[in-house]
Design a protein around this ligand. Structure first.
Ligand SMILES: *Cc1c(COP(=O)(O)O)cnc(C)c1O
Length: 377
C-alpha cells in the first residue's frame, strides 16, 4: 500500500498528462511558457483572489512574501510551533525572529489565545517589533481566520497564510489561500494538488505586492530581468510543471477533493471510538493533506506503526518535534516551552495514515482493523 498513491493517479490520467508534457517538449518553452500564465489565472479564479504568482516551491513562496513586506532584523514573526520546518525557516532567512505559538488541541492549528499572549509578550517585554502572523492550514483544514484576522487587525500585523497543505480546503464560502493578506501554497508531489517535482504559488488581492512579488521572484527585476532594481531570488515554476498542474487542477476539482473527503469519512466512522479522529469544525472543509489520528501515548503509537508495517502499510509521524526544539533554532531568543504544552503533547501521540483519493474501502477496513486490534488490547 502507498501512503499517497501518485502512480495510480498517473495511470488513470496518463493520456492527458503525457500529452500536456509532450506539448511542452515540442514547443521547448521551458521557462515562462504560456501554460504558466494560464495556470496562474486559473488558480486565482479557483482560490478567489485577484492575483496568483507561481514560483519554484512553497518555501520560496513564504520567503518572497516576507521580502515583499520588507520584514527583517528586529521584526517578530509569529508562527505555530506545530508545522513543517519551512514555516519557521524563512523567518531567520530574512533576518527576523520567530516567535513560537501553541496550537488548538482539536484542529492542531494555531491557537488564537496563545497568539495573542505571544504578541503581548513581544510588545511588553522585548525590543522586537511585531510584524507578521504566519497561520498554517495544517493537514488541510484552514486555520481559525475568524479570530486570527481580528487579532492581526487589532495589532496592525500582516497575516500570511501558509496554505501548503490547505489548497482546496474552505471556511464558509471562502477557499484556502484567500485568507491571508498574502497566502502561499506548495505543489510538492504529495500535497493536495501536486506536480511532478517542486512548485509553489503566492496569492494576493494587492496590486502593489503583486508587482513586488513578480520582481523579487526574478532577480529583483525592474523593466526586465537585465534591469535589476532590488536583490531578489531565482524562483520560477517550470512550464513542464505548470502543464502537469493544468491537467491535475481539473481532476482535483472534478473528483479528487470529493474523493479524499469520502475516504476521511470512512476512516472516521471506523476509528472515532478507538482513537481520537481528526476534528473538522462546522463550516470548514479540509483538503486532507494528512489524515492524522491521536493515540493515547507514544507506546501505543509505536505499536500501531509496527503492526501496520508488518502488513506492508506505511504510516508517518507529522511532526516528531515541536519547531522550537529543532536544533536549527537553538539560538533563537524568547522560547518559552512552558507556553507550548499542546504542541509538545501532540508530537508524542499524532500519527498520519495513508490518505489519497484512490484509497479503497477494503484498504480503509484493513487499516482500521489493525488499529482496533492494538488499541483494544
Ligand atoms: C510542504 C510545506 C511547505 C514547503 O513547501 P515546499 O514546496 O516543499 O517548499 C511549507 N509549509 C508547510 C506547512 C508545508 O507542509
Amino acid at each position: 500500500m502507498e501512503f499517497r498513491d501518485l502512480k495510480k493517479q498517473y495511470l488513470l490520467y496518463k493520456e492527458e498528462i503525457d500529452s500536456a508534457i509532450e506539448n511542452v517538449l515540442m514547443r521547448t518553452d521551458f521557462i515562462n511558457g504560456y501554460p504558466v500564465g494560464q495556470l496562474e489565472e486559473r488558480l486565482a479564479e479557483y482560490v478567489g483572489t485577484k492575483h496568483c504568482i507561481t514560483c519554484a516551491n512553497g518555501t520560496d513562496a513564504l520567503q518572497l512574501a516576507l521580502m515583499t513586506w520588507g520584514i527583517g532584523t528586529g521584526d517578530a514573526v509569529f508562527i505555530p510551533d506545530f508545522t513543517f520546518f519551512s514555516t519557521g525557516e524563512v523567518v531567520p532567512l530574512v533576518g527576523a525572529t520567530p516567535i513560537f505559538v501553541d496550537i488548538d488541541a482539536d484542529t492542531y492549528n494555531m491557537s488564537p489565545e496563545s497568539l495573542e499572549n505571544a504578541i503581548r509578550f513581544v510588545t511588553g517585554q522585548t525590543d522586537l517589533q511585531p510584524r507578521v502572523i504566519i497561520a498554517v492550514d495544517l493537514f488541510g483544514q484552514p486555520a481559525d481566520y475568524g479570530k486570527i484576522r481580528k487579532i492581526a487587525d487589532r495589532y496592525h500585523l500582516f497575516l500570511l497564510e501558509d496554505g501548503a497543505q490547505g489548497f482546496g480546503g474552505s471556511m464558509g464560502d471562502k477557499r484556502a489561500c484567500s485568507f491571508g493578506d498574502i497566502a502561499t501554497t506548495s505543489f510538492f508531489p504529495a500535497k493536495p494538488l501536486g506536480c511532478y517535482g517542486d512548485g509553489g504559488a503566492i496569492f494576493t488581492n494587492n496590486n502593489e505586492w503583486e508587482t513586488l512579488l513578480r520582481s523579487y521572484k526574478v532577480h529583483g527585476k525592474g523593466e526586465d530581468k537585465y534591469d535589476n532594481v532590488r536583490i531578489g531570488m531565482n524562483s520560477r515554476l517550470d512550464t513542464l510543471q505548470a502543464a502537469v498542474l493544468d491537467v491535475k487542477l481539473d481532476i482535483f476539482r472534478k473528483s479528487e477533493l470529493n474523493a479524499v473527503n469520502r475516504v476521511a469519512l470512512l476512516y472516521t466512522e471506523r476509528l472515532r471510538n478507538i482513537v481520537k479522529a481528526p476534528v473538522v469544525l462546522e463550516g470548514y472543509l479540509s483538503s486532507w493533506a494528512q489524515y492524522s489520528i491521536l493515540c493515547s501515548n507514544t507506546t501505543e503509537r509505536s505499536a500501531i506503526q509496527k503492526a501496520l508495517k508488518d502488513k506492508g502499510i506505511p504510516s508517518m509521524v507529522y511532526y516528531q518535534k515541536p519547531l522550537h526544539m529543532q536544533d536549527a533554532f537553538h539560538d533563537v531568543k524568547y522560547i518559552h516551552p512552558e507556553d507550548l504544552p499542546v504542541t509538545t503533547d501532540i508530537c508524542q501521540r499524532i500519527l498520519s495514515l495513508p490518505m489519497h483519493p484512490y484509497l479503497e474501502v477494503g484498504e480503509i477496513d484493513e487499516i482500521s482493523h489493525i488499529i482496533e486490534s492494538i488499541c483494544s488490547k
